[in-house]
Write a protein that binds this ligand. Structure first.
Ligand SMILES: *[C@@H]1O[C@H](CO)[C@@H](O)[C@H](O)[C@H]1NC(C)=O
Length: 208
């Protein structure tokens, strides 16, 4: 999460989308910190400049931020270090199942909110450093539940996502549907050396 605070890209996309909703303490906190990104002396990590070192071809980390219709999700992938490292590894193939912005925006709660945390900790569940850590862990589960560690991924093949939930897909009338849940794949947005980026109409069940 350390890089998250200076990743203005995902912060701005989140703020835009959730500006009207009740913003959690975590992201109010982030808002306060956002100007750090423009402070002199802070070197932002390079974005979209990594390629397969062997072939020079683009890999998932290069292209995940390209499509504006999934920029909330792609911002999340950058916020979670373990996920961004994976997408940047040319030896680890993956099929990224990226929910469309509208699907994430219409969730009943933010992807990093878990009702169990509110039950046990109350409204301050995501306040302070511990709260940030808790939110980041939940966000990691959400993102991992949308990453299939296999590409190419054959139809009907059951695979555990990085979060451990089992998924597969079926093709009906030329469209792919992720199961369980019958979640429509709107498009295969990109195919690169270490995998594919698919755009989903809805989020998958991520257990919260
Ligand atoms: C990884 O993906 C590439 C591109 O589709 C493919 O050529 C390669 O065989 C895949 N590797 C594995 C281990 O699936």
């Amino acid at each position: 999460m350390r890089a998250a605070f200076i990743h203005s890209f995902s912060i701005s996309s989140l703020l835009l989308l959730f500006a009207s909703a009740r913003a959690g303490p975590l992201f109010l906190h982030r808002l306060d910190q956002a100007p750090i990104a423009n402070a002199p002396g802070i070197v932002l990590p390079p974005m979209d400049t990594t390629h397969d070192p062997k072939t020079g071809e683009p890999i998932l980390s290069d292209i995940v931020g390209r499509d504006r219709s999934i920029n909330i999700f792609s911002g999340f992938t950058r916020d979670v270090d373990a996920v961004s490292a994976r997408l940047d590894d040319s030896n680890k193939n993956a099929t990224i199942l990226a929910p469309h912005n509208s699907a994430i925006a219409s969730l009943p709660r933010k992807p990093w909110e878990d009702p169990k945390d509110y039950d046990s900790l109350g409204s301050e569940a995501y306040a302070g450093a511990e709260g940030s850590g808790r939110a980041n862990k939940n966000l990691q589960t959400f993102v991992n539940a949308h990453i299939v560690p296999r590409s190419p991924w054959p139809e009907n093949e059951k695979v555990e996502t990085v979060a451990g939930n089992t998924v597969w897909y079926e093709v009906k009338d030329g469209k792919k549907f992720i199961q369980p849940g019958n979640i429509e794949v709107l498009s295969v947005a990109d195919k690169v050396a270490n995998g594919q980026l698919w755009i989903l109409k809805d989020v998958l069940n991520y257990g919260q």
